[in-house]
Design a protein around this ligand. Structure first.
Ligand code: S3P
Length: 183
């Protein structure tokens, strides 16, 4: 947890974490409970690019996708009372987390490799996992990203928890954190 509660501006709640940790599903539930708006950064990117994420990766490459993420990240600073679900790579970058913390409580949803694999194995819309050995790719990416995800304000395990339970935990921490900051 960040100790500088009194200098943080907590207008929004941002969920980061690996693919398959439930950021979008949980984010929608939280938004409806808090009566906040909801936005998914991948959705914003698709609107800006005029095409779906797999097409962006295929036609423009991952680097271009990361540029779109940076552009969207800047826009988020103007948001108020929003629950923001991010793509798995956005919150795996220290600069991005620092930027998110200027307006949001940043909550990381975590899950084991096995849980992630079981959740994503039948889904085909994630370009990074369209490989011969998605399990190995998950392990490789997680090893790189975990130290950065850990910079979130709050880490919540989603293993063995329903999306409603996870949402409840996130809301608990959000309220607690907001009660400590002076805004
Ligand atoms: C990515 C995660 C995806 C999406 C893109 C890249 C990543 O979002 O942004 O495929 O780098 O981990 P989800 O975490 O919502 O699947």
């Amino acid at each position: 947890m960040d100790n500088n509660h009194d200098i943080r501006q907590i207008y929004n709640l941002t969920l980061i974490g690996f693919m398959g940790t439930g950021k979008t599903t949980v984010g929608r539930i939280i938004a409806s409970r808090l009566r906040y708006g909801f936005i998914d950064t991948d959705h914003l990117i698709e609107l800006r690019a005029g095409k779906a994420i797999p097409k962006i990766f295929e036609e423009d490459g991952e680097l271009k996708f990361r540029e779109y993420e940076k552009e969207v990240l800047k826009e988020l600073a103007n948001f108020r009372k929003m629950v923001i679900a991010t793509g798995g790579g956005l919150g795996a970058n220290q600069e991005n987390i620092d930027s998110l913390k200027t307006h949001s409580l940043v909550v990381c949803l975590c899950a084991s490799v096995q849980t992630i694999y079981s959740r994503v194995k039948s889904q085909t819309y994630r370009p990074l996992l369209c490989t011969a050995d998605p399990m190995a790719k998950i392990k490789e990416l997680l090893a790189i990203r975990e130290p950065i995800y850990r910079q979130a304000d709050v880490l919540i395990s989603t293993d063995m928890r329903s999306v409603r339970e996870v949402a409840q935990q996130v809301i608990f921490h959000f309220r607690l954190f907001r009660s400590k900051v002076k805004n």
